[in-house]
Ligand binder design. Sequence first.
Ligand code: ATP
Length: 593
Amino acid sequence: MSSDPKASIAQMEKIVSLCKRRGFIFQSSEIYGGCGGVWDYGPLGAELKRNLRTAWWNTMTREREDVLGLDASILMNPAIWKASGHVDTFADLMRECSLTNKRVRADHVDPQSGTVLKYSGAQSPTGWRWDRTITALTKSGEHIESFRKRIRALIAQNAGESAGKPEEIELIGEEKIDAVNGSVDFHPETGGMLGEARPFNLMLKTYLGPTATEDDVTYLRPETAQAIFAQFKNVFDSSRVKVPFGIGQIGKAFRNEVTPKNFTFRSREFEQMELEFFIKPDEAVEIISGEVAAWHEGADLSEPQPNWGWELWHRYWVDQRTKFYQGIGLGDVLEYYWQTPADLAHYARACVDILCEFPFGTEELEGIAARGDFDLSAHQTASTKSQEIFDEELKTAAAKLTDEQKEALIQKRLAAEAAKVKGEPMPEAAVRAWFERLFKGSYVPHVIEPSAGLDRMALAVIAKAFSETEKVDEKGKKEVITVLRLHPRVAPIKVGVFPLLKNKPELVAKAREVYALLKKHLNCFYDETASIGRRYARQDEVGTPFGVTIDFETCGEKGPELLDTVTLRHRDSGEQERVKISELLGKLLPLVS
Ligand code: ATP
């Protein structure tokens, strides 16, 4: 990110413009003026997203023996959202502009400075009156007359036709209040004074059923995770898996964000890729393995071990996810924020946000939380359906413990409960009842949750890949060349196929042949228009990592040794090499997958 805010905004504008111009991302409902916080992916965006989705799915489920997939519905029984806590607490603090009623997330208001002006009301020759105190902040460098004009326009917009023309609105009883410095009490866009912070639930309500009464209210899911918890038992019972194992899901999520912003970064409809990785409680690990391995700097996280407790599993998933991001070209723009005990929810043991550098700042890409057994236990209580699993190995190991050893485990847990800084300690009777079930081999699994956003990931790879260079053409004219240096694995088009000249039927026929050969296996683009340099540049701009040119050598005009060979151009190095058509696919496939 540039340290110059103007340069960062300009960079972001260029990215947004490229995304529209080349068919990556469009504003939803654009012909009707858009739809706040909602975006559509064009042909290239759809391919890019699909590649990211596949990369996540393959890495997180197919290539692992211990993770299974799920594809649950967006609409669910609203009892799920009650039990998960979303109905009562999934809210952001929101403040409302006293001038326009525009809302803003309380923590999204940056400090502002300027002069504050106050009016006792407003009126217009139409007879319209507004008996409300108007307090607003002048923008930096704003002339008083421009300020008044702006306030009149905002009032007129809000009041509708009854207030008449903005220029005829009279602002009553102007009073200058002292200048403010670093205040967060004014709306960032309008400058109007903000009201008290109030919680605003982010779930999008809808009705399920034909009567559309309050009894039919449900919600568009605000995260995919809860369906995984709700289907935990079905997956477990139908798949012959053992804890530790995970369930992964990719799908749409909806949040009525108070201030959607930064292009697709904060949207109201987006896609999540979430894994719930279920593990044994540490006490079960201790009973089976005799100890719970402690994490230390440099600990070997390459292969999961039977003596891992939640902490090592959490570290393992942070490491796995980091490797994933390295594999799609984001390795060098990541940062980590380890939530402090004050940040953490009462049930969470640890949570790390994987942050990524965007032009507008370093922001969250993925959260990885160790959530204990909070979610499954909440659903167990609310649904009254047991979410416990039975662990034969644990039962056998517990049977070998002496009463003293069992009591020592209970005492250790009681001490931990007493030392809790957040949330209520579990009463002794409940602790003892829990251990009684544990010694018989039964427990509700604990969970590690890596939760990523697909849209943020797509934006991150585009922003990271965006580069501009200045070139001077033969006539001495300066030209800015945009190259999207997308990792070949995620690039929407993998190969551009070009006949050197379009008016040479033998070149075109051969190029078509090569295109047909490649496109069965890779997303290719055939282009015969304009100069070859122009065609390369067009593909560079959308991140195509390879170009294949069919020229006279291919057709054997420069000797038999070059017959059926093509020029393979590498976008990033500019290197061009001669490759046999019969070897092309074998060379390209490993580079793009
Ligand atoms: P934030 O603090 O940025 O609002 P969050 O901590 O609420 O995010 P989670 O609930 O942990 O996010 O969701 C997991 C992931 O889903 C996030 O890391 C992000 O990638 C993605 N995500 C969440 N909200 C949005 C959104 N409004 N638009 C796009 N992606 C989102």
